[in-house]
Design a protein around this ligand. Structure first.
Ligand SMILES: [Zn+2]
Length: 313
């Protein structure tokens, strides 16, 4: 990668601005360490870092990694991700201004075009004379037990696999704006399964779940999982508790009103997400719904009418 003619000083300044004092800096190699914003701030709840400098950034290679929490909290990857997550809108803008383009594009991994598993079956095929197999019945019963209706199965093109790598799994696909498959989740429908979910290799950082179904003029609901999103019109699952840069950007640029509805046990994550989104043009347009500890959206069959929209200070 060509790095000779690039002036990295502004980048280093911005990193200090976002992450505070650095602990170690080797400007020849482009290595610099900071207290980790995840494990020394978020987790320990410290205003100041823990002084350990576990977060290592290589600004010449545009990557970062925390030596303590990389594995457990995905604190690693492309520098863009770190800056987007912890920078203010102004810092992010500055960063984009100074980040050389040939570097911002490294780390963007090439993924093979995603396809549904070969063994994927739709539930709808059955009415057209296919035999009701054991797998079909089991899969269908599982969906019913989770309150998924026939309309939902159709709308979200939900299917299942009766053999192959995704055997005994419900498949919920996601399609992008152009109706191209961009992801799927594969949830076991067996009562006992070592791995509840087995999902494909795909560019999870850059997908917007079922964007072809989104109406950006309407209220957008942010939820945790693909199953949650089935029950709530115009919702997007984050596929976890953290929002990707891509999704943040999409929502920031397009939404008129955002309601965050994470699982009942994720109130802290909800609050963090609220403060992250409630900035700039979205200020005052972000709301939270607090579900009971033991409930998720599926339990409520997507009926949130009893819950008030909360704003935080
Ligand atoms: Zn860390």
């Amino acid at each position: 990668m060509m790095t000779q003619d690039v002036d990295f000083l502004p980048i280093v300044d911005i990193l200090h601005d976002i992450l505070g004092d650095s602990r170690y800096h080797n400007d020849h190699r482009g290595q610099i360490t900071f207290d980790c914003p995840v494990c020394s701030h978020d987790i320990k709840g410290l205003d100041e870092g823990d002084g350990k400098g576990n977060l290592e950034v290589n600004y010449k290679m545009f990557v970062y990694k925390c030596w303590v929490c990389a594995e457990t909290h995905e604190t690693h990857g492309h520098l863009n991700k770190l800056v987007r997550k912890y920078g203010s809108p102004r810092q992010i803008k500055q960063f984009n201004l100074f980040a050389p383009e040939d570097l911002t594009s490294i780390g963007k991994r090439e993924y093979k075009k995603l396809r549904l598993p070969n063994e994927f079956m739709e539930f709808t095929g059955v009415s057209m004379g296919r035999k009701l197999t054991h797998h079909y019945k089991q899969a269908y019963r599982y969906l019913q037990s989770r309150n998924v209706t026939d309309e939902m199965i159709q709308k979200y093109r939900i299917g299942y696999c009766d053999s192959g790598k995704y055997e005994n799994r419900i498949i919920i696909p996601s399609y992008d704006e152009e109706d191209e498959l961009n992801y799927f989740v594969a949830r076991s429908f067996l009562t006992y399964s070592k791995r509840k979910y087995m999902n494909p290799e795909a560019d999870k950082d850059n997908l917007i779940w079922n964007e072809h179904l989104m109406d950006w003029d309407q209220t957008v609901y942010l939820v945790e999982g693909a199953f949650d999103s089935i029950f709530l019109n115009n919702s997007i699952p984050m596929l976890g508790k953290f929002i990707t840069d891509k999704l943040f950007e999409k929502i920031y640029d397009n939404s008129k009103k955002v309601v965050i509805v994470l699982d009942g046990d994720a109130w802290n994550d909800s609050e963090k997400l609220y403060h992250k989104l409630n900035v700039g043009r979205l200020m005052g347009k972000v709301y939270l719904i607090r579900l009971p500890l033991d409930k998720d959206i599926a339990d409520l069959r997507g009926d949130l009418s009893e819950y008030e929209l909360i704003k935080l200070d």
